[in-house]
Design a protein around this ligand. Structure first.
Ligand SMILES: [Mg+2]
Length: 328
């Protein structure tokens, strides 16, 4: 990136706004999502690595934020992106209310292997989702690496009756994913890699190891839309674009990635703004008729104010911004 288009830290600080948005239901162990938003010459952009991530990991998110705000993005090849509903690790009774937030979505991604829950909890939740979506619906699961090999194999046996589209990151390591893929070869359930792509030092290792049938890619952790497009091309596997529980500003970055992918065979995990009880715009990127439009998002000044993080949290984010900037 050249000096003209690469912003100084003072440029970033000048427009930085830190927000804390309440979630509809507890997700990833949090009740509110914090994000730092920035305005560049291309429009608003988002820097929102989860708070527990270290600076080295968070720096890639800043690279992505700067890229989206300061550089023109690859041309879209579609003007809408079909998305899935996301069902957190809720009790079965809450499943209809969660799905109701995702207008027209034919696919649901269901969180499983939640710490403190049992396989019976997963089975009950997945059954409720399957019942709600009907036979035509697509049900995919995300374990976030929460099972060991034997647990994953056992879970596949218990959950296969629900006609799964794929199983995302059932185990944590690439070796485990590869071994599981062999063990369950007869079950015809594809394995998707997520954390093994975005948290690995080498995002292509999972493809080389033959450890997955498809990959989940996220624009922020992979360093931006262009970098993610390169990774998908190099991996040579089908890709699903997903979000990291971003505000609608960050979702727009994911949508830009999904819109620019040459092939997009799966519904994308970009409907998660529907899990926020509040957003930074009055026209959030919520799915309508199962899809999102391809557009950028400009936050509403009133909402930035209404959901501003506390001064302490703002200082924390600005300090993080400065540390990560120094790593670029
Ligand atoms: Mg995932």
């Amino acid at each position: 990136m050249d000096a003209v288009s690469f912003p100084a830290l003072s440029d970033l600080r000048a427009t930085a706004r830190v927000v804390s948005l309440p979630l509809v239901t507890r997700f990833r162990g949090i009740d509110a999502r914090e994000a730092l938003l920035l305005e560049g010459p291309q429009g608003w952009t988002e820097f929102s690595p989860f708070v527990e991530y270290d600076d080295a990991e968070a720096a890639a998110w800043l690279t992505a934020a700067i890229d989206f705000g300061w550089h023109p993005q690859p041309a879209p090849v579609r003007d809408a992106v079909a998305v899935n509903a996301t069902v957190p690790a809720v009790a079965p009774a809450f499943v209809p209310a969660v799905l109701a937030r995702f207008d027209g979505c034919r696919t649901a991604k269901v969180k499983v292997a939640e710490r403190g829950q049992t396989l019976a909890d997963d089975v009950a939740r997945v059954r409720a989702v399957r019942q709600q979506l009907g036979a035509e619906g697509r049900v995919r699961l995300d374990a976030n690496g929460g099972w060991n090999l034997d647990e994953a194999e056992h879970a596949v046996h218990a959950l296969s009756e629900f006609d799964l589209e794929y199983l995302e990151q059932p185990c944590a390591s690439i070796d485990e994913l590869a071994e599981l893929r062999e063990r369950i070869a007869d079950w015809d359930i594809p394995i998707a890699a997520d954390e093994s792509v975005r948290k690995a030092s080498d995002p292509l290792a999972v493809a080389r190891a033959g450890a997955a049938d498809l990959i989940v890619v996220k624009a922020q952790p992979l360093g931006g839309v262009r970098r993610a497009l390169e990774i998908v091309a190099d991996a040579g596997l089908p890709a699903v674009v997903s979000s990291a529980l971003d505000t609608s500003v960050g979702i727009a970055m994911g949508v830009a990635l999904a819109a620019a992918l040459p092939d997009l065979d799966y519904d994308c995990g970009l409907g998660t703004a529907s899990l926020l009880a509040a957003d930074v715009t009055t026209t959030p990127l919520h799915p309508e008729n199962g899809a999102l439009p391809v557009r950028r998002v400009e936050p509403d000044a009133t909402l930035l104010e209404a959901h501003a993080a506390s001064p302490e949290r703002r200082d924390w984010w600005l300090a993080r911004l400065e540390r990560c900037y120094a790593l670029l």
